[in-house]
Structure formats: structure tokens, C-alpha cells
Design a protein around this ligand. Structure first.
Ligand SMILES: [Zn+2]
Length: 162
């Protein structure tokens, strides 16, 4: 498994909104007047938010994202990175309770060479994993079996976040 976070999916959504806020999908989301539910934003903290990946690697694939537009962890203020990790902890609990996975991948791709589809705005991926899913997905290439809709995922995780 070389590239886990499927950055081509972001290229697709980012391409849909060439305007946005500086062309950044996350800043555009924050600027978007639609409701959080319509945007699949599950929860917000003082400095960050949790949003579903709309092209999930598996059901429950979410991202924890700072509100501020920085492409490097070192640029994040301490209060922001601490907030990011607190939300990641809550997300771990929510994913675990909801999906009972065998494990969770938590990952950052910083910069295009690292596979970041949205280059310039730090985002932490969290993906529930099950023993055997890698072999299964390798066998079927890029096809993913997503057994529930995003709205269902959203409702389940939202409930866990309270
Ligand atoms: Zn941004």
C-alpha cells in the first residue's frame, strides 16, 4: 500500500471549485454558507473542524482540519495544534465506537510529493481499517466498497461527537 490517502480524489473536488478561497477546498468549506450538515462538517472546536471525506477510502474516513490556512505543522500555533490533536482523540473514539475497526490510520500528507491533494492546508486523515482490507482492495484496484451513504456516516459519527 504505497499511497493511502488517495489524493486524486481531492484533485477532483478541488477542480470543481476553481474560485473558492484561494482555490483551497478547506477554506472554501469554511466560507460556504450552507449548513454544516450539508457540508458534512461533523463538529467544530475553537480552532479546527472535523469533516467527512466525501470520497472516502472506507466508511468513517474523516479529516481533522485547522481553520487557518497553513501547509506546515510548524506554522500552526500551539493552541491550534493542541486543538487538532484533541479533535483527533475525539474522532478516534467516535470511529472506534461506531465502526469497531481493527485499527485506524491517522495521517498527514505535507506537500504534493507526499501525496497531499490539497497542498497548503494541513489536514489529518483518519481511516478505520480492518484486518484483510488491504489485500481485498489491492485485488480490486481503485474500486472501493462503501456500504453506506455519506449521510448515514455523518449521522452516526455526529451522534458520537455529541
Ligand atoms: Zn485553506
Amino acid at each position: 500500500m504505497d499511497v493511502l490517502w488517495s489524493p486524486w480524489r481531492y484533485a477532483y473536488i478541488a477542480g470543481d471549485k476553481p474560485g473558492g478561497v484561494g482555490g483551497c477546498i478547506f477554506c472554501s468549506l469554511l466560507d460556504d454558507p450552507r449548513s454544516d450538515e450539508e457540508k458534512f462538517i461533523i463538529t467544530r472546536s475553537d480552532h479546527c473542524f472535523v469533516v467527512l471525506n466525501i470520497y472516502p477510502y472506507a466508511s468513517g474516513h474523516l479529516m481533522v482540519v485547522p481553520n487557518s490556512h497553513f501547509g506546515s505543522l510548524s506554522k500552526l500555533e500551539k493552541v491550534v495544534s493542541a486543538d487538532l490533536m484533541e479533535l483527533a482523540k475525539a474522532a478516534e473514539a467516535a470511529i472506534s465506537e461506531t465502526y469497531r475497526p481493527d485499527g485506524i490510520n491517522v495521517g498527514l500528507n505535507l506537500g504534493k510529493a507526499a501525496g497531499a491533494g490539497v497542498d497548503g492546508h494541513v489536514h489529518l486523515h483518519m481511516v478505520p481499517r480492518w484486518i484483510g482490507d488491504v489485500n481485498f482492495m489491492t485485488a480490486i484496484g481503485q474500486t472501493r466498497t462503501i456500504p453506506e451513504t455519506l449521510a448515514m456516516t455523518y449521522a452516526k459519527l455526529k451522534e458520537k461527537f455529541g
